[in-house]
Design a protein. Structure first.
Length: 414
């Protein structure tokens, strides 16, 4: 004897369909066996029927009755006794597929001794509705009226318009829509509009989830019938410019940190006579951020007059930087992180004493590291203002220097 437990049949109601070439033209949809053959490879109609397992059983007997409107009674139209494999999977496929209409299913359970467990017999009612094969004939971005969208467009709203046939919204037949590329599949957040003939829908996508690439708009009816991949369904996502070239110049204020050599001789840690410039090349752009490489140069002039001597000279820095940028606020504000290595050089540093006595010139370069961040605010599509802060570490022969480098500048993007 088997254990008695709750037993509820599960129907793939929206996967049980009859194929309709044109949902617009007629409500009378008749089953034709050749439709299944025609779509046997990619658009095959299947009617799966599932239920919850009752444990160890000999078999299930499944009886399906169709409701007859004339007699107002259910008439038996299908029966099946399961085999051992179907007992384990609790799933069968109804063939030939049932036409549209209202049905009642009865599932009888036979225990391992072949005895009918009457109290475990389950009855339920389900509906079979028509299946519609979506057909996509055009995909466009309304702002440009073509099958392309730019991720760096300030006016981008993520709405894509689809034209074709059998394109249903959420209140009609259940149709799922996807943007599909080789790397990702993205569902729209909402269906924002649908025409009365089911020939046009507007889909709104979250543009944070979409990255550059060639996509196809794919529509699938809940029956499993779906649109085809072709040139009509193609949709391209890219940036207006495949790369950015930024040139910026401005003011920098070096602040000596953890070595007292400079403060001891110059009597200060902050050096105001400075300038900096930078060029950044951004060839790799994705929705999650931009990657590139840059070159930054800084120059500082210092001079201090003391009672016994005067000291002056130049401090120069140049670094190759690896750059990451993340656009925010409709791509008007960019957050940047950068880091790299280069050289820090002392140029013509010299002590001057009374009676026209001078020390030897100090000219030396040492390896140094740069790490920092920036904010870039675009005032229009080309001009931007930049504020940044960097930390530069360099080891000279007799000292380990660290500089904090706050800076501000104006740049132009080519």
């Amino acid at each position: 004897m088997i254990c008695k437990k709750s037993f509820i049949p599960i129907f793939f109601i929206f996967s049980c369909f009859i194929f309709a070439q044109n949902a617009d033209e007629s409500d009378e949809i008749l089953f034709e066996s050749e439709i299944t053959k025609e779509n046997a490879q990619e658009n095959k109609i299947l009617q799966p029927f599932e239920w919850t397992s009752a444990g160890e059983v000999l078999k299930y007997e499944i009886i399906i009755e169709q409701f007859d409107k004339a007699s107002q009674k259910y008439v038996k139209c299908y029966s099946h006794e399961t085999n051992e494999e179907e007992n384990k999977s609790c799933r069968i496929f109804i063939e030939p597929p049932l036409p549209r209409g209202e049905y009642r299913s009865t599932i009888k359970v036979y225990n391992v001794l072949g005895v009918l467990e009457k109290d475990m017999t389950s009855t339920d009612v389900f509906i079979v509705r028509p299946a519609y094969k979506p057909d996509i004939r055009d995909v466009s971005y309304p702002l440009y009226m073509r099958s392309m969208i730019y991720l760096d467009d300030y006016d981008n709203d993520g709405v894509i318009e689809v034209e074709g046939r059998n394109l249903f919204g959420p209140n009609d037949a259940i149709t799922d829509y996807f943007l599909v590329s080789e790397k990702r599949t993205i569902k729209p957040d909402t269906v924002t509009a649908q025409d009365s003939k089911n020939r046009k829908v507007r889909l709104k996508f979250n543009m944070k989830k979409i990255d550059v690439g060639i996509y196809h708009l794919y529509a699938q009816d809940s029956s499993g019938l779906h649109s085809e991949y072709n040139s009509d369904s193609e949709f391209i996502v890219k940036f207006k410019k495949w790369m950015d070239l930024d040139i910026e110049a401005g003011y920098v204020c070096p602040i000596a940190l953890h070595d007292d050599t400079f403060p001891f001789y110059l009597e200060r840690r902050l050096y105001t006579m400075s300038a900096q410039s930078r060029i950044t090349f951004i060839p790799y752009k994705r929705n999650w951020g931009y990657l590139g490489i840059g070159l930054r140069a800084c120059a500082t002039r210092f001079s201090t007059k003391k009672e016994l001597y005067t000291i002056d000279g130049n401090l120069g820095m140049g670094h190759v930087l690896f750059v990451y940028q993340k656009p925010t606020f409709r791509r008007r504000l960019f957050i940047e992180l950068h880091g790299g290595a280069g050289l820090t050089c002392f140029n013509n540093i010299q002590f001057h004493y009374p009676h026209n006595v001078h020390s030897d010139l100090l000219n030396t370069c040492s390896f140094s590291f740069d790490a920092g961040g920036s904010l870039l605010l675009f005032l229009n599509k080309r001009i931007y203002a930049e504020a940044s802060a960097d930390y530069i570490l360099t080891k000279n022969k007799d000292m380990l220097l660290g500089f904090l480098m706050p800076s501000a500048g104006i740049g132009w993007q080519f």
